[in-house]
Design a protein around this ligand. Structure first.
Ligand code: NAD
Ligand code: UDP
Length: 317
């Protein structure tokens, strides 16, 4: 698993190890830290390798989960050239390995391939509305190129691919300083600080609890060989960012005030909601945890950690 020490990675490693798999976790700890995988070290099947996926890697494996890439806007925009290299060269290196050892590869793509969508909700057939020269392009176009590489290796070399388009996911083990909306709002609510709404908060997102996401990633890896995706995975319950802010305040019983007046970041998508008909049909999957319950669990986790144990990966939070 590349990027196995990150937010989704630690959950996925844990689930695979608990079912008896052996996992080699490759990570350069850009947006994570070694302490994130500390609980996984109790498993004999777990191996941690500090490695940057821009450089080639060789292992004997049956399956590859390709997760390495900064995912939060503040992280991926910090060093955009490196983000593009990670996405594209990381995909080439992971695919090269898949080809050599005939491993099945699951690639974590993103709803960002739809950019600021003009079709709502977004089905997989929608080709998107991405600004190729804006500040989000390093991530969006990097992820689009990685999808292209997946399908070209599949057509040209018969590599077994699985492409998943992940929509906003949250839960315990998010980096508390990743600057994403859920972690920012929860951190602020617990500390009694103002909740920082960007723009007027009318933009929408659809938030998937991490346990639901991990179920889907494993179901996709285990699905029939000829189902390549791309498949949307996310929770189709759509909320404005203002509604999210109010729910976080309510769930954490905070006295924080929701403040407006901060500018909306450039190219911030106005709305986002997955059409998950394909995932329902092919994987028999749908999310089970409603936002309020997922936030309750996430707030509980944020209350249990010491923020001083976390190094902010970038100043953007
Ligand atoms: P994350 O930032 O927590 O994890 C990414 C991991 O990749 C980190 O451990 C980081 O250190 C590692 N990494 C980054 N660059 C690397 C490199 N060059 N070499 C080796 N390791 C590197 O993010 P996440 O939320 O766990 O996301 C995992 C994957 O899922 C990403 O590819 C992301 O684009 C995708 N995704 C996530 C979401 C979400 O809401 N969480 C949404 C869409 C897509
Ligand atoms: N956002 C916000 N306040 C914050 C962080 C984010 O209002 O402190 C907004 C952001 O502008 C976007 C939405 O919340 O409209 C989701 O942002 P996030 O960075 O989590 O991910 P995105 O879906 O934009 O990749």
């Amino acid at each position: 698993m590349t990027g196995g020490a990150g937010f989704l990675g630690v959950h996925l490693c844990g689930r695979l190890l608990r079912r008896g798999d052996e996992v080699i976790c490759l990570d350069n700890f850009f947006t994570s830290q070694e302490s994130h995988v500390a609980p996984l070290r109790d498993f004999r099947g777990f191996q941690l390798v500090r490695h940057d996926v821009v450089e080639p890697f060789r292992y004997e494996v049956d399956e590859i989960y390709n997760l390495a890439c900064p995912a939060a806007p503040g992280h991926y925009q910090y060093n955009p050239i490196k983000t593009m290299k990670t996405s594209v060269m990381g995909a080439i290196n992971a695919l090269g390995l898949a080809k050599r050892v005939r491993a099945r590869i699951l690639h974590t793509s993103t709803s960002e391939v739809y950019g600021d969508p003009e079709v709502h909700p977004q089905p997989e057939s929608y080709r998107g509305n991405v600004n190729p020269i804006g500040p989000r392009a390093c991530y969006d176009e990097g992820k689009r190129a990685a999808e292209t590489l997946m399908f070209d290796y599949h057509r040209q070399h018969g590599v077994q691919i699985k492409v998943v388009r992940i929509f906003n996911t949250y839960g315990p083990w998010m980096h508390p300083f990743d600057g994403r909306v859920v972690s920012n709002f929860i951190r602020q609510a617990i500390a009694g600080e103002d909740i920082t709404l960007f723009g007027d908060g009318s933009q929408t997102r659809s938030f998937c609890y991490v346990d639901d996401m991990i179920d889907a990633l494993i179901a996709m890896m285990d699905s029939r060989a000829d189902f390549t995706g791309p498949v949307n995975i996310g929770n189709p319950d759509e909320f404005t960012v203002l509604e999210l802010a109010r729910m976080v305040v309510q769930v954490s019983q905070s006295r924080s005030k929701v403040v407006t007046g901060r500018p909306l970041p450039p190219d911030d998508p106005a709305k986002r909601k997955p059409d998950i008909a394909l995932a329902r049909k092919e994987l028999g999957w749908q999310p089970r945890i409603p936002l309020q319950e997922g936030l309750r669990r996430t707030v509980e986790w944020f209350r249990s950690i010491r923020l001083t144990d976390y190094r902010p990966p970038t100043p953007n939070y």
